[in-house]
Ligand binder design. Structure first.
Ligand SMILES: *Cc1c(COP(=O)(O)O)cnc(C)c1O
Length: 434
């Protein structure tokens, strides 16, 4: 019998991250200072990030070494499995071969520890004592809480209020890993108080929670720094561990994807998978269709402009050129909290402008429908965010069937949905809006 799971031994965990910036056609437009609107310098970012992460943010090296201490922690769950969705293929009666890279095996249940661990490591080395961050659905907060507990750092999380109310178990997980969690908007920051004054019933947004976290870190005098779970160049670089492993695993499967797919909130799991494959293509190797999938209720790439915008609501962060719905955009309270962000990673935005990827928007109920089909065949309940990738993978497999085309499709199953079962319950009860 041919294999279903393609597993790598621990000694094949990649030892470098891939930095796409030197390979981007036309490079990346500079980040601008929020006050002067001049290109930002490394020194401008020092209140927020440790020097080694700032250097990575600006790095033009194609490969950056992964520290041994980080690899040692990656070993707890990496290499993540690459699985052929044979039962799903049969259920769809498609000639397509469907593979997924399963990142839900991490302790936090998603791909986010891939960057949380190195971020905590570099902050610890710089003598930082506390990391401050925001979280939407709680995936990033629990990943950073985990990473902070590995390195003995305190962790404070501003959690978007709608998720704080919808996902009490994510909060419990963060507290189990030792973090303290505050619903955002809060009374603890100027940004939070302003939002509450404008709307006492505000359910919050990722952009607003970022403002709160950045404000606290910047005012700490250096003992605390800020950490971001997506969007930034160094975050996408850390996530390329996903695609680099997947390249080796596709080799084990004696196959190569025609299409790679990922759900895109800030763009890190999609980029993590797609960038190493695009590297092959840009280097003259096989080409892939890369599809980034977003919710139709937060259509950053399919409807947003490509322009300079703030990463947060209050305008405290640098301006980055990206696809954006505007920094004051507050998306509807869909269950895929990790996809409710007004902007998109500058790297992903630039690739879209260069026509090196396709963006697709899908409605929430169609995603849950796909997630349920996937669960009933593959036995894994996808995170609401990941159902967006599942939807696109199923649609591509059905298209291949229509066209009678044998095609190889690879997507990231970025996380499991075990903390999101209320979302599935609401879906079955017919309570979800698109
Ligand atoms: C956060 C999250 C996403 C979206 O974030 P990206 O940075 O775009 O990857 C997708 N899936 C899961 C499970 C998440 O936790």
């Amino acid at each position: 019998m041919p294999n279903t799971k393609f597993l790598l031994a621990e000694d094949r965990i990649p030892t470098t991250w891939y930095n796409v910036i030197p390979d981007l056609p036309g490079g990346l437009p500079p980040m601008l200072h929020p006050g002067t609107k001049e290109p930002i310098t490394e020194a401008d970012l020092e209140p927020l990030f440790p020097a080694e992460l700032i250097a990575q943010e600006f790095s033009t090296d194609r490969e950056v070494d992964i520290p041994g201490a980080v690899i040692d922690i990656y070993r707890q769950w990496r290499p993540a499995p690459l699985i052929r969705a044979r039962r799903l293929e049969q259920a769809l009666d498609t000639p397509a071969r469907i593979y997924f890279k399963y990142e839900g095996v991490s302790p936090a249940g998603s791909h986010k520890p891939n960057t949380a661990v190195p971020q905590a490591y570099y902050n610890k080395r710089a003598g930082v004592e506390r990391l401050i961050t925001e979280t939407g659905a709680g995936q990033w907060g629990s990943s950073l809480a985990l990473a902070c507990s590995y390195f003995g750092l305190a962790c404070e999380v501003y959690m978007v209020k709608v998720s704080y109310q919808q996902k009490p178990y994510r909060r419990g997980l963060m507290e189990t890993f030792g973090a303290s969690v505050t619903a955002s908007p809060s009374e603890l920051t100027a940004a939070g108080r302003a939002a509450l004054a404008a709307d006492p019933d505000s359910t919050g947004s990722l952009g607003l929670a970022i403002s709160e976290a950045v404000e606290v870190a910047a005012a700490s005098g250096g003992s605390a720094k800020y950490a971001l779970g997506s969007v930034l160049n160094h975050v996408l670089m850390h996530q390329t561990i996903i695609g680099q492993e997947a390249l080796l695993q596709m080799e084990l499967a004696d196959d190569y994807p025609d299409i790679v797919i990922g759900a895109a909130g800030g763009g890190s799991n999609f980029g993590g998978l797609a960038l190493p494959f695009l590297r092959e293509q840009l280097g003259g190797g096989r080409s892939v269709r890369a599809i980034a999938v977003e919710p139709s209720s937060c259509p950053t790439m399919t409807k947003g402009g490509y322009e300079y915008d703030f990463g947060d609501t209050a305008g405290l962060t640098p301006l980055t050129k990206m696809h954006t719905l505007g920094h004051d955009f507050v998306p509807p309270g869909i269950h895929a909290g990790g996809l409710r962000y007004h902007g998109m990673a500058p790297i992903i935005s630039a690739l879209k402008e260069a026509d090196l990827l396709e963006a697709r928007a899908v409605p929430q109920t169609a995603c849950f429908e796909a997630g349920v089909t996937f669960a009933r065949n593959e036995g894994i309940v996808p995170a609401p965010e990941s159902t967006h990738a599942v939807r696109a993978a199923i649609d591509e497999a059905l298209k291949a069937k229509e066209e009678g085309a044998e095609r190889s499709i690879l997507f990231t199953l970025s996380g499991h949905g075990h903390f999101d079962m209320q979302a599935y319950i609401d879906y079955f009860a017919g309570k979800l809006q698109d």
